[in-house]
Design a protein. Structure first.
Length: 294
């Protein structure tokens, strides 16, 4: 509990966290130089390792995926593991293959994490992972969610500008965690919304999204209902493995798909007045899907 609270305390202010990580890094360098001489007392070793534990947990939560345990003995490593299990970060590290991170049970696991800052860090990691996976299918929407996530992270990083006691810091971070969970639910809904439109796959839904977005950005008339069959046709075209098998490796295959896509769009009158910028956005989505194996 002492370690848990120390981790929370250090991260209450961005300036404090930055300062601590810098000082503890220099402490580690000094420790590595002096330890072999035998001049450190047992108290010196214990105190240094206490700071290394805190540094390692913060590093694991916010930066890396592995613990910095070079100078820790087995007892200290066990302390780190116990502290992380109290914080909820193990939810990220032990995510089972195929486990649905959008399920109610999984969100419940996150909400039950005990330490607010540790929970926030865990949510950031998980949402980044979810956005990355979603981006393989729907690049456009993934960018939107990345921007939302960054806005929440910016609020967290600017917490030093707020004047409040530690209890209020916890409440503030909890509110940001709720914001992230809200993004989770929105992302889950967008991930499955293609079913409501009658699409057979999320890829058709992703193409539909970009057709609608491009239409609205460029303010031309094209009935929403016409976007549904057009999205299906585009999906069918890019799925033609016999023609575009080597899309990634061959430029002539890319050019062939581009020309076929132009013909398909023009046949459907999308957009009413041809615009190369519009075509570039659509081909970028197609390219994204091809590169991710869809």
């Amino acid at each position: 509990m002492c370690i848990d609270r120390a981790v929370e305390f250090v991260q209450q202010k961005k300036e404090r966290e930055t300062s601590f990580m810098g000082h503890s890094k220099r402490l580690k360098q000094a420790y590595q130089l002096i330890a072999p001489t035998g001049k450190l007392t047992e108290d010196d070793v214990n105190q240094a390792n206490f700071y290394f534990v805190i540094r390692s947990i913060i590093f694991k939560q916010t930066i890396g995926n592995t613990l910095d345990t070079e100078t820790m003995n087995k007892h200290v490593q066990r302390m780190v593991e116990d502290a992380i299990q109290c914080s909820g970060v193990e939810i990220v590290e032990e995510l089972g293959e195929g486990e649905d991170i959008f399920s109610d049970e999984f969100i419940k696991k996150i909400k039950e994490a005990k330490m607010p800052i540790s929970k926030f860090n865990a949510l950031v990691k998980l949402l980044k992972q979810a956005i990355k996976e979603f981006g393989k299918i729907n690049k456009l929407k993934a960018i939107e969610y990345s921007e939302k996530l960054q806005q929440t992270i910016d609020k967290y990083n600017n917490r030093d500008n707020l004047v409040f006691v530690s209890e209020t810091v916890a409440d503030f971070v909890e509110s940001l965690s709720e914001e992230l969970i809200k993004h989770y639910y929105e992302l889950a809904k967008d991930r499955d919304i293609y079913k409501e439109k009658g699409f057979e796959s999320p890829l058709e839904g992703a193409i539909y999204d970009i057709l609608i977005r491009v239409r609205d950005e460029h303010q031309f008339d094209f009935d929403e209902q016409n976007c549904i069959p057009l999205a299906k046709e585009i999906k069918s075209l890019i799925d033609d493995k016999s023609q575009y098998t080597d899309y990634i490796s061959r430029e002539d295959t890319k050019n062939q798909l581009s020309m076929d896509l132009v013909r398909l769009l023009r046949k459907n009158g999308y957009p009413p007045k041809w615009n190369n910028e519009i075509f570039a956005k659509i081909i970028a989505q197609v390219d994204n899907q091809k590169r991710n194996g869809f």
